[in-house]
Design a protein around this ligand. Structure first.
Ligand SMILES: Nc1ncnc2c1ncn2[C@@H]1O[C@H](COP(=O)(O)OP(=O)(O)OP(=O)(O)O)[C@@H](O)[C@H]1O
Length: 317
């Protein structure tokens, strides 16, 4: 666990970038820091690995004040991913990924084997290993950045706007890849973004900061969407909060009616109650001429139907 305990950062010119921040970042989950430009997200992140030291307060990593740990030792347990990957341009991809293992003195073969394993893990073709960064697309470079941060298997991963510089489609696939990786690796991840949609998609917990470095709210995405703490958070969350919140409510508790004669998945919107959200079920019903969302299992077999009145009722509840 990472604990921010009354942390303030005042820069030499008097700018208060972070103001009395207290927050707990649980192990094995993704905590997102989100907020407008200049609200202190990057400063907060960099105080964890001591690229910046706080002016007041303490940051504890598993109970230990990070300022008492030598930065090099500290960073061995903390992977760091930044925007535009920050790869070394004159090193091949495999050696970029193996950077930390090399620094730790692993033998060359073991370090490169590990790099190859990670290359595949982040969804890249092993053929890429011998290329240089300029021979990869932006999205591929970002994947290499993630692989490099994971190379020495650190328990903590800091990610600073890692997907901001790529186009929306690549960005979506990188986000999904991160969620897939996290479901296997269970790292303690602190993720910084200014994009609220990215925050609610990736975060188990979302911390919203406002300019001046003050914490506005910290909550699970569904709670943030249903109960914003104040006007700033409400405005920052943007439109369609009600609908977006339904994306976090599982559809598995919906009461299904037997499918009427002739109602089939063809010509109807379908959803899978075991996997999908209430939002997906509502969408399915809106796509059906008679308003019935058809529930199907993994094999496409019809389990039943649910109508719009029941969906709206479930959405209220
Ligand atoms: N070295 C510095 N000296 C003085 N002020 C600084 C310094 N670094 C950052 N700041 C200021 O501290 C505040 C917070 O900066 P920070 O980079 O942490 O914000 P951020 O939320 O990450 O912003 P962005 O989303 O634009 O990257 C800003 O007002 C910034 O101008």
């Amino acid at each position: 666990m990472i604990t921010f305990d009354g942390v303030t950062k005042r820069y030499a010119d008097g700018t208060v970038a972070v103001d009395d921040l207290s927050l707990e970042v649980p192990n094995g989950a993704i905590t997102v820091f989100v907020g407008p430009s200049g609200c202190g997200k990057t400063t907060s992140l960099r105080m964890i690995n001591r690229m910046i030291d706080p002016t007041e307060g303490r940051i504890l990593l598993d109970g230990k004040d990070v300022t008492t740990v030598d930065p090099a030792t500290l960073r061995r347990g903390i992977g760091y991913v930044i925007q535009q990957a920050g790869l070394f341009p004159h090193r091949r991809i495999v050696d970029n990924i193996a950077t930390v293992p090399f620094l730790l003195g692993w033998d060359k073969k073991k370090a490169r084997d590990r790099a190859m394993e990670l290359l595949e893990r982040v969804g890249l073709d092993p053929k890429m290993a011998r290329r240089y960064p300029f021979q990869l697309s932006g999205g591929q470079q970002q994947r290499v950045g993630v692989a490099r941060a994971l190379a020495a298997d650190p328990p903590v991963l800091l990610m600073d706007e890692p997907f901001s510089a790529v186009d929306p489609i690549v960005r979506t696939s990188l986000q999904e890849e991160l969620l897939r990786l996290q479901s296997e690796l269970h790292k303690t991840i602190v993720f910084v973004t200014h994009d609220i949609d990215e925050a609610v998609k990736l975060g188990d917990t979302v911390a919203v900061l406002r300019v001046g470095g003050k914490l506005a709210q910290v909550a699970a995405p569904a709670d943030l969407l249903s109960d914003p703490a104040d006007d700033f958070v409400r405005e920052f969350l943007g439109r369609d909060r009600g609908i977006r919140r339904l994306g976090f409510v599982p559809a598995k508790n919906l009461a299904l009616d037997p499918a009427p004669e002739g109602v089939t998945p063809e010509g109807h919107g379908t959803f899978n109650p075991a996997r999908d959200s209430l939002r997906a079920a509502l969408d399915a019903s809106l796509l059906s001429p008679d308003g019935l969302a058809v529930a199907v299992d993994d094999d496409g077999r019809v389990l039943g139907v649910v109508g719009q009145a029941a969906l709206v009722g479930a959405a209220r509840g």
